[in-house]
Design a protein around this ligand. Structure first.
Ligand SMILES: Nc1ncnc2c1ncn2[C@@H]1O[C@H](COP(=O)(O)OP(=O)(O)OP(=O)(O)O)[C@@H](O)[C@H]1O
Ligand SMILES: [Mg+2]
Length: 362
């Protein structure tokens, strides 16, 4: 179809005239892009009169336009196929998407779509996502600080009071004048001992001492012992890179430990694996902890919260989560995290702790 056919064709002309989006038709003459036609929407949006444009070159009409707009027309004409580009137009003051398509034999029509609102919504969405991730990271650390605080209180106060009470009960039991209530005292002593044991395991669960005392590698080993061993799943800890040389922040170790816990629980819950590898790899800037099983692998789409939460929290800390899985060949979840937290982030918010025990983790 030539431009003459195009202009004469009533239905195309009606569409061209009435469509809300600006359309311009161009041709290359002597290396210049020439305006052949524009619709009323183009006149309205670009604030130009049709009679002042037709027959003039693109450069002449838009001397300060960004290179992308002329580029898309030239590419479309040269390659004779549809092209598009998107970007800010300083002349129009909008964020535009240009869709160029060829009109054989030698013309191109370009529809300009105003994407300003879409762009604004996308920016807002991106900002909100970033805020959400930051919140998730803060939440993780505040949660850890709270756990540590509660563990300290249980250890220093409740634990101490229970030990005192146990000693008093034992002293009472040893006296001659309590012989007639010995069975009751025995029961009370047993009961107190069991509360002390329960309190101790609660403290361990809330703030694993091995993480504080021995570091991430032994802590993950103990975690695997607690989670995998009861299900008969074997595990191996594989370490690469020196923990002394590439020392991770305490908060990084705590976060990786908690997330590894979720991955090990997932291996038990979903994989039917018989073996799990926990691979800890330290490099100058980053640490990766991978949990690899030899189970079923991902079956269909994943709908839980665990992996999503790990991913969001790691992204917030400048890391990421990669899932590598093939059906029937197991699953490997690789968590990557910077060794050090950025300064200024609320990562050691000890205001949230109670009596905050100091921790050094490797
Ligand atoms: N090691 C694994 N082997 C096989 N499938 C897995 C494994 N880990 C996760 N999946 C699959 O991915 C899905 C998502 O895991 P995710 O941890 O996000 O959720 P969940 O464990 O189902 O629930 P929750 O929210 O309690 O963690 C699981 O439902 C499961 O189908
Ligand atoms: Mg899970």
């Amino acid at each position: 179809m030539t431009i003459t056919d195009f202009s004469k064709n009533f239905s195309y002309r009606t569409l061209f005239e009435n469509v809300f989006d600006p359309i311009a038709v161009y041709r290359v003459e002597d290396g210049n892009i020439i305006f052949i036609d524009v619709n009323p929407a183009y006149e309205r949006v670009m604030k130009l009169k049709r009679e002042n444009i037709i027959g003039r070159t693109f450069d002449d009409v838009w001397p300060y336009a960004e290179a992308r707009w002329e580029g898309v027309i030239r590419q479309c004409l040269a390659q004779k196929r549809s092209m598009h580009c998107i970007g800010e137009s300083s002349d129009v003051g909008s964020y535009l998407e240009a869709v160029a398509f060829p009109i054989p034999p030698d013309m191109a029509a370009v529809v300009f779509l105003d994407r300003t609102k879409l762009r604004r919504s996308e920016n807002t969405l991106r900002k909100r996502q970033a805020q959400l991730r930051e919140l998730a990271a803060k939440l993780t650390l505040i949660e850890e600080n709270t756990r540590r605080g509660v563990a300290s209180e249980l250890h220093d106060r409740v634990g101490y009071d229970l030990i005192c009470q146990l000693r008093m009960l034992r002293e009472l039991e040893a006296r001659d004048d309590t012989a007639d209530i010995k069975p009751e005292l025995d029961a009370l002593i047993k009961n107190t001992e069991s509360i002390i044991a329960g309190n101790r395991s609660l403290i361990f669960e809330l703030s694993p001492p091995v993480l504080k005392e021995a570091g991430l590698n032994p802590a993950l080993d103990e975690l695997a012992q607690n989670i995998l061993a009861p299900h008969g799943i074997k595990w191996h800890i594989i370490t690469k890179g020196s923990a002394d040389e590439y020392k991770a922040d305490d908060s990084v170790c705590i976060i990786l430990y908690r997330m590894a816990r979720e991955l090990l629980i997932n291996a038990v819950k979903h994989s039917k694996a018989s073996e799990v590898n926990i691979i800890i790899n330290r490099k100058p800037e980053i640490i990766t902890v991978a949990v690899e099983d030899n189970g079923t692998g991902l079956q269909g789409s994943s709908k839980g919260f665990g992996l999503f939460s790990i991913k969001e929290r790691l992204l917030a800390l400048g890391g990421n989560l990669k899932i590598i899985s093939e059906q029937g060949k197991g699953l490997m979840a690789v968590m990557t995290c910077p060794l050090k937290m950025k300064k200024g982030e609320i990562l050691h918010d000890d205001k949230n702790t109670f009596s905050g025990r100091s921790q050094t983790l490797h």
